[in-house]
Design a protein around this ligand. Structure first.
Ligand SMILES: [Zn+2]
Length: 167
């Protein structure tokens, strides 16, 4: 994406204006959703307003948003790259099993982006969101600041490891 507007927000290593930032984020999320077979008429259970807003924004199909307790085809979680990394590390720390198969009924909506990126996006769109960072998250952010790329490297290590285990 190239435009002549003043850069306002940073996405991974790219600086861009708010409009380009939003469309890049949506593009990433939409691309990741290809892993799920969302069809016309699907019933999506969303966990908060942010998930509802983004799901409607990136899914270009008529879907039904449902509330807790109603029948749903998918559960949409505000799950980011940081949540994935944290979950992965905790499995190591606590010697838990690494699962081969992901639950296909759960959509980790913000999987391709970090929590900071998600927050920036939601702030641009003026969608309220409240949830702090965990200790591991804060630690990894500090690490990533010092050694850029740490977090995405960790995510791809996890993906590789899962492939090896599950082959
Ligand atoms: Zn732009």
């Amino acid at each position: 994406v190239k435009c002549r507007k003043e850069a306002k927000a940073k996405l991974v290593d790219k600086w861009c204006c708010r409009k380009c930032y939003s469309s890049l984020v949506e593009q990433k999320i939409r691309h990741n959703l290809r892993n799920h077979r969302i069809e016309k008429g699907c019933r999506l259970l969303v966990s908060d307003r942010a998930c509802e807003y983004v799901a409607k924004k990136v899914i270009h199909l008529p879907v039904t948003i449902v509330k807790n307790g109603q029948k749903a085809d998918y559960t949409v979680l505000p799950w980011t790259l940081d949540d994935e990394n944290e979950d992965f590390l905790k499995k190591f720390f606590e010697k838990k099993e690494i699962f081969c198969s992901e639950n296909p009924k759960i959509i980790k909506l913000f999987y391709p982006i970090s929590k900071d990126e998600m927050k920036t996006y939601l702030a641009i769109k003026k969608v309220p969101f409240k949830r702090g960072k965990s200790e591991i998250n804060t630690l990894l952010d500090a690490f990533d600041e010092k050694y850029p790329g740490t977090k995405t490297a960790l995510l791809s290590s996890e993906e590789k490891l899962r492939q090896i285990i599950c082959e």
